[in-house]
Design a protein. Structure first.
Length: 340
């Protein structure tokens, strides 16, 4: 029956799609099992139910062991007992086996405690999911939303039509809002609008990623320039300090003849260090420049691609409009021809 209903919906969607020219049919689906696994309240309720079920299983196992012991005792003492005592013990074993069967049905039967309590614990959470799906479908203008984990047979479902993560997002937002002030709620609404806009426009996500990459490259270049400036300043301070020390030594006469005749190895080392750092700074600047040029080239290419995509979409819409006009014209001509 459910498969027939699903087939009816598919046929109805196909008919509506064929006759709809202004807006196409918008179909989405959810995975209820996936959503429930992501909801903390469901995990907690399921844990409580599993604990109760485990306790009932232990009680059933204990009763089975007690019955097994009674059977073993009867088997051992059967030769020593009268016929009346044997029948009495057999009746007792049969009575306990019936009690065990009744207990199993009470706990794990079709209408047992496990099914009832599962419905009691899980139903409020499922209602929240259904309400979130309904609100999301109305806000996003979905015509149909199916449940992938139900008995309906879905032979194929494209991932782009899966709105399970959005439903989880709606549930999470509702839980967060209960603990927020008015100011925090306004900020959260702005954040949610941005998230929804990004989710609805994958191209915006790509552009935002490119902007973040360019921003990171700029920050890296600024940091490299800052470090290079600090290194140059540090080297200049060291050189100035060395020169001041040499002047003071000459004034006080502490500079020996030997040191005068020798080249200043420390100054030479500083000069080499400065030269090496200058080369490093130049290489860093060249690399940053190359990164900027690459980012600029990529941005131009992305812009060209976006313009081409828009052009193709406009041509497709124009083509559809022409086809629709042609079909309307043919229909009008056929009506005019059919008149006597």
């Amino acid at each position: 029956m459910k498969k027939l209903i699903f087939l009816f919906f598919v046929i109805l969607a196909s008919i509506n799609w064929s006759f709809s020219q202004s807006r196409g049919i918008k179909v989405g689906y959810i995975d209820m099992a996936y959503i429930l696994d992501k909801v903390p309240a469901y995990a907690e309720a399921k844990n409580q139910l599993d604990q109760k079920a485990e306790k009932w299983k232990q009680e059933i196992e204990t009763k089975k062991n007690d019955i097994l012991k009674l059977k073993e005792v009867l088997k051992t003492e059967r030769v020593l007992l009268t016929k009346e005592l044997i029948e009495e013990r057999e009746e007792e074993i049969a009575f306990q086996e019936k009690e065990l069967l009744d207990y199993q049905q009470k706990r794990f039967g079709p209408n047992g405690d496990l099914v009832v309590q599962k419905a009691t614990l899980v139903k409020p959470i499922q209602d929240q999911v259904f309400n979130a799906v309904q609100d999301l479908a109305e806000a996003r203008k979905y015509d149909y939303v199916f449940d992938k984990s139900s008995d309906l047979t879905m032979l194929f479902a494209a991932k782009k039509h899966d709105i399970s993560d959005r439903v989880i997002s709606v549930l999470t937002r509702a839980e967060r809002r209960q603990q927020m002030s008015k100011k925090q709620l306004k900020e959260e609404e702005s954040k949610e609008k941005l998230e929804d806009m990004i989710a609805d426009n994958p191209e915006m996500t790509e552009r935002q990623k490119q902007m973040e990459e360019r921003k990171a490259a700029r920050l890296k270049m600024i940091e490299e320039k800052k470090l290079a400036a600090e290194e140059r300043k540090k080297a200049a301070d060291e050189k100035r300090k060395q020169q001041l020390e040499e002047k003071n030594n000459k004034k006080t006469g502490t500079v020996s003849d030997t040191s005068k005749g020798k080249p200043n190895t420390e100054t030479s080392t500083i000069d080499k260090t400065n030269t090496s750092k200058a080369d490093e700074n130049k290489a860093a600047a060249d690399e940053a420049k190359a990164q900027r040029e690459a980012a600029k080239t990529k941005s131009v290419e992305d812009r060209k691609k976006l313009i081409e995509d828009r052009k193709k979409a406009a041509e497709e819409r124009r083509k559809q409009q022409l086809e629709a006009r042609e079909a309307a014209k043919k229909a009008k001509d056929s009506v005019r021809t059919a008149k006597p």
